[in-house]
Design a protein around this ligand. Structure first.
Ligand code: 2U9
Length: 351
């Protein structure tokens, strides 16, 4: 039995040398030192020994147990160190590698152009005014000289939110003009007998229930300007627009005012600028005309002045409107307006 114990000790120590991982160690421990392990099995035979032999074998078994426990502790520490070293090597970070640049956000091209437009008019003393996108028919149409059933309503098909029996439906604004009426009334209320002059810009999203094409979307931004005061004339309008266009598109730009019609202005005009691509010769961009249409404008209709709280006998005013997406398309040669709200980064990252 003593021989058996010596052999077991040798076998266990050799097996321990081969243990490489925590799992190997746990398995070794249960094989040799566990309750049902090999050492316990040998000791179970002690009952058959003579009384003289029993203490000798008992002591030997205890020595072996201690030896194995100690060898296990040492091996376990070595394995733990090796495993830690391997783990650290696998997780190593090369701090000399250059960092990765996070993608940077930017303003939408329409917003950038909107800001440029606002900057130029701000320099001329225009204040930026914000207004609601959900409007009443009264503000979107009637007060702007577009009565119910007027054919001018068909110029802008409308998204309705709530139909009402008294012809004052709730709708999505089809232009930013209703905000101008709100603003005029707010200004006039400050001093109803002598309303103060107005010089405001109104940027914002507008909605039209129309066919989507490369030239027109169902939602787009618009920016309008309005100036009201004593003795404001068409010459002021022309000078202001000329200054604006030359700051935005360059000092050499030539302009043309073409008579037009809007219900809320009289007279009304559309503004053309000499073509950015051919300079007036005629090309694909200007469809051979040499001119690009960039905005509309006019003198505020007397009825609209009165609806806003301004006496048309004492006050005059001009107004203009444009779409920043259209301006952006011309400025950068973009061919399809649908890119603007698709949010494709390949488009947006170019600006
Ligand atoms: C009030 C009085 C007058 C605003 C005006 C235009 C001409 C115009 C279009 C340009 C392209 C809209 O974005 S677009 O489709 N706008 O041509 N807008 S005058 O006139 C007003 C507005 C409010 C109280």
């Amino acid at each position: 039995m003593q021989q058996e114990l010596h052999a077991l000790r040798e076998e266990a120590l050799q097996a321990l040398e081969r243990a490489q991982t925590s799992a190997d160690l746990a398995a070794w421990r249960s094989t040799y030192l566990g309750k049902k392990g090999k050492l316990s099995q040998v000791l179970r035979g002690m009952g058959n020994l003579s009384p003289e032999e029993r203490p000798i074998v008992g002591r030997l078994a205890n020595d072996i147990k201690e030896t194995l426990e100690q060898a296990y502790t040492e091996r376990a520490e070595a394995v733990r160190q090796a495993e830690l070293a391997a783990h650290l090597a696998a997780d190593a970070v090369d701090v000399t590698l250059p960092g990765r640049r996070p993608p940077l956000g930017r303003l939408h091209p329409s917003t950038q152009v909107m800001r440029e437009i606002e900057r130029i008019f701000a320099d001329l003393g225009f204040q930026v005014y914000a207004s609601r996108e959900v409007e009443l028919d009264e503000y979107n149409f009637q007060l702007l000289n577009i009565p119910p059933h007027h054919p001018a309503r068909e110029m802008q098909d409308t998204f309705y939110i709530e139909r009402s029996p008294d012809e004052n439906d709730v709708l999505l604004r089809t232009h930013t003009s209703p905000g101008q009426i709100h603003a005029m009334r707010e200004f006039a209320a400050m001093n109803p007998d002598n309303p103060p002059p107005v010089r405001i810009m109104l940027p914002g999203m507008v909605y039209r229930h129309e066919q989507i094409t490369p030239r027109s979307d169902i939602q787009f931004q618009q920016v309008e300007g309005l100036a009201i005061g004593h003795h404001i004339t068409m010459a002021d309008l022309k000078g202001t627009i000329e200054y604006f266009v030359r700051r935005l598109f360059g000092p050499e730009r030539r302009l043309r005012f073409r008579a037009s019609y809007f219900p809320f202005t009289e007279p009304s005009a559309e503004v053309d600028m000499d073509c950015l691509l051919c300079g007036g010769e005629g090309c694909r961009l200007c469809k051979g005309t040499g001119w690009l249409e960039i905005m509309g404008c006019g003198m505020v209709h007397p009825t609209v002045l009165r609806n806003g709280g301004y006496d048309p006998e004492r006050y005059t005013g001009y107004a203009f409107g444009m779409g920043p997406a259209r301006i952006t398309m011309l400025k950068y040669g973009i061919e399809d307006i649908r890119y603007f709200w698709q949010n494709d980064l390949r488009f947006l990252e170019q600006f």
